[in-house]
Design a protein around this ligand. Structure first.
Ligand code: ASP
Ligand code: MG
Length: 405
């Protein structure tokens, strides 16, 4: 089928019934232009958080199955309300759950990966002329149970579904009108990118820019699907995420990202024998804890220190596992720090211009900001700093690398 547009609306865009009616108007506009419309929705506003809170009031560690059954309902609500809003305007529309839409996931609860989308039902409903609305964030596993794919997952739902039905474009509607050189609510002269490469967007998203979920960018890159990030409050063009040739890149740094959802754990004086790091990080991985930066220091007297960062939500669990492991191998101590954040510069052009990292460190150091740890890849440099310096650091780097130009 030709001319399929996938639109995804985030929680703020469907935050109340008036907003849902406005979303319906926007869908109708695109439909009237001759497009076949598939719409993915998030839960209204903070619904998912509230559902999580309800579960926690009952028990701290509910069964994965019941937890997913609960927190997936937010999307079901917004999908059916949006279908009604379209009916009210005289348009045919149908809401589908992840299961009905053929979104198959692993047999894991809470953070299941999508394995396959069988798009027959979606395509069938499109053929009948309907607007098809699909709940984001949820799928079904081989046990026929509802699963969810991780917080913020509906961007990924949209991308995977768009790829499966060969949509022309996947539009992600949010409360900002595109991807900026830095968070525009913090940096007033931040500039909106017209186009950004998958790789830079992936770094921006992974390093804390909230506009798009990193897994969604990964998926889009894998399928070669263009994403258009735009605002649901206006009709201006947002940012296109696609493959960009290196020739078009001028500034070595194209974005500053920061992440305050960071906690650092250090395990001190581990015995310096083979296999230790492998054991520790396997245990963390088995508990589905994403470890971000890892630093192992030089050994002193055949001992090592290892420090790593995790997201703050995972801190308690990660600490528990690390402490238990530390005890079993007779490490001297485990310490942690919640008051840290990660600040990053990103740019594909960095690969071919030496000295970019040094400039970053000098800008921070020269302004009294202490750098705790550093990691780099070909296209990004990240530093862990004290949380209280985050805003100042973003400003300094945005000015220093002249991103407003
Ligand atoms: N409603 C889910 C969440 O809040 C999924 C999403 O919004 O993308 O995490
Ligand atoms: Mg979201």
């Amino acid at each position: 089928m030709d001319n399929i547009i996938v639109q995804k609306y985030g929680g703020t865009s469907v935050g109340d019934t008036n907003k849902i009616k406005r979303v319906a108007d926007r869908i109708i506009k695109a439909k009237e232009q001759g497009n076949n419309m598939v719409v993915i929705v998030s839960a209204m506003g903070h619904t998912t958080d509230e559902l999580v809170k309800l579960a926690m009031e009952i028990m701290p560690a509910p069964s994965g199955r019941e937890f997913d059954a609960l927190i997936s309902t937010g999307e079901t609500v917004s999908a059916s309300l949006l279908a009604m809003a379209l009916h009210q305007q005289g348009y045919e529309a149908i809401s589908l759950t992840g299961r009905q839409a053929g979104v198959y996931t692993e047999d894991v609860h809470n953070k299941a990966k999508i394995l396959d989308v069988k798009p027959e039902r979606i395509l069938e409903e499109l053929t009948l002329g309907k607007v098809v609305i699909v709940t984001g964030f949820q799928g079904v596993n081989s046990q026929d149970d509802t699963t969810t794919i991780g917080r913020g997952g509906s961007d990924t739902s949209a991308v995977v579904i768009a790829a499966a039905i060969k949509a022309t474009v996947c539009e992600i509607y949010t409360d900002v009108d595109g991807v900026y050189t830095a968070n525009p609510s913090l940096i007033k002269n931040a500039k909106k990118h017209k186009v950004i490469s998958y790789d830079e967007m992936l770094e921006m998203a992974s390093l804390g820019a909230q506009v798009l979920h990193p897994r969604a960018v990964e998926g889009a890159k894998a399928y070669g699907l263009e994403i258009h990030v735009r605002s649901s409050y206006n009709f201006s063009e947002g940012t296109i995420v696609k493959e960009v040739s290196k020739m078009e890149i001028k500034n070595p740094v194209t974005g500053i990202a920061y992440d305050e959802n960071v906690a650092k754990i250090a395990i001190l004086e581990l015995p310096d024998v083979p296999g230790i790091a492998g054991q520790l990080f396997t245990k963390l991985a088995d508990a589905k804890i994403n470890v971000d930066m890892i630093i192992q220091s030089n050994q002193v007297d055949s001992h090592n220190d290892i420090a790593f960062t995790v997201s703050r939500d995972d801190l308690i669990k990660a600490l528990e596992i690390t402490k238990e492991y530390a005890k079993s191998i007779k490490a001297s101590n485990v310490v942690h720090d919640n008051n840290v954040s990660k600040i990053s510069i990103i740019g594909v052009g960095m690969m071919s211009s030496p000295g970019v990292a040094a400039r970053m460190f000098s800008m921070l150091g020269g302004n009294g900001i202490n750098i705790d740890s550093i990691t780099t890849s070909e296209i990004k440099v990240s530093c862990i700093i004290n949380s209280k310096d985050t805003e100042k650091a973003v400003r300094l780097l945005h000015d220093g690398f002249e991103l407003e130009k």
